[in-house]
Design a protein around this ligand. Sequence first.
Ligand SMILES: [Fe+2]
Length: 448
Amino acid sequence: MAQTSSTGAQGQGGGVQAIRSRVGSDTRDTAIRSQYKAVRSATSALAAGISAEDQMVQSCPEASPMKWHQAHTTWFFETFVLRPFFRDYKPFREEFRWLFNSYYNSLGEEIPEKSLRSAFSRPSLDDVLAFRAHVDQGMDRLLASGVDEEAARRTVLGLNHEQQHQELALTDIKHAFFSNPLHPTYIAGPPSEENDPPASKLSWHSFNGGLIEIGYPLQTADPLDFCFDNETPRHKVYLEPFQITNRKVTCREYLEFMSDDAYTRPEFWLSEGWDNMKRAGWQAPLYWRRDAGDKTGWRVFTLRGWHGVSALLDTPVCHVSFFEADAFARWGGRRLPTEAEWECVGSQTPPRGNLLDTGTLHPTAARGGDVEQLFGDCWEWTASAYTGYPGYQPLPGALGEYNGKFMSGQMILRGGSCVTPASHIRATYRNFFPPATRWHFAGIRLAN
Ligand SMILES: [Fe+2]
C-alpha cells in the first residue's frame, strides 16, 4: 500500500472478490459492471460531505488532497482501460493523461511532483467530478458491450486500486483536519460507547509452526480471481514454534510504556528509530496531545474529533511507527510477529472485523474469543521487510510499477484497519510503509 498503493474489494452487497466464481463473459461483465458502480459510488459517498476547500488540503508529505484522489482513481480507468480498449473513447481532457499520473514512469510523460498536488486549484472540483462522470459513462458503455480478458483484469485491478485510495482519502483527511487549527470533525459522535465492556484480558496462543504455505493461491485462468502481484507466488516457509497475543496492544498498555520513560531510554530502540524519534520529538503516538483535563494527561484526535484517552483506554493504540511498535515489544521482552507467522494465524479465521463498513472509523476494544482483532481496527506492523516472494514477477508493462518498485526500505503490515473496505482485505494481503511512517492507521500485536 504504499503510495497509492498499499491497500482491494466488496464483501456483502457484492464485493470484487465475491464475483470470482462467476462463469461466462456475459455474467462476468455484468458482475464487473455492478462492482464498478458500487466501488465508484463508495468513493463519492466518502467525499460527499467534504467541501471543495477541504478537498484541496495536503497536510503532510505522505498525504494527497481528496480532490486528487477522486481524479487519480478516475485517471487509472481512463489510462489503463478506456484509452487502450475502447475504440470510440474520447478523453475528457488530454492533459489529464499526465496531470493525474502518480508514479508510472513507463508512461513516458511528465509527472507532477507529489508535493504540488495541493496546488491543483485547477481543475476545479466540479471539473474533477465531471471527469469522474465522463469516465463512468465510458466504462459503463465498454462493460455493457463486452470486454476481453485483459480489459476485465485491468478493470478489477482499477477497482481494487480505488479501494486503496478510499482508505488513503480518509487517512489523509484525518491528518488535514488535525492540522487545521479549528480541528474539524469528519463525522460526529464518539468513537466508542461509554458503556462498552473492558477489552479482553491479554493472553498468549501457541502455534506449532513447521512447513507452511503463504501467499495467494491465484487461479490465473480466471480474470476475476484477484490479488495484488506482491501476494504471489504462494510458497513454502518454515516456522519455528511461536506464540502470539490474542489481541492488539491497547492505549492503556501503551501508556505504561510511556510512563516508564521508554521514549527516553535508548536500550529499547533501533538506532534509526532512536534518531527518528529524537529528530521528530516523538513522545506519544501521532494525534495524541497533552491534556491536563483528562485523567491520563492525554487526548487523541480522531475522525470524530478530540476525545480523552481515558475514554479509549481499552482500544488498540494506533498511529505508531514501526520503530515505536518494535520499541514497545522490546520494552516488554517480546517481539513483533513476522509476516509469515501473522499469515499462519490470520489464514485460520475469516477476514471480518472493525473495517470501513462498520462506520466506526476508529479502532474499538477487543471483545473476547481466541485470537481476535486480526482484521480491521488498525494495521499490524510486522518484523518483516517488504521484498518479493520467491519467484515474484511484477505485472507486465507500466502496471509493473504498481508494487514491485517499492521493495526497498519498507516494512510489511497485515490485517487492514477501520478505514479499509471490508471486501478489500484478506489473510494474504501485504501492506507496506517506511518504518518511520505514522499517519496511517497502524498498531501493534506481540509475538514470542
Ligand atoms: Fe494510485
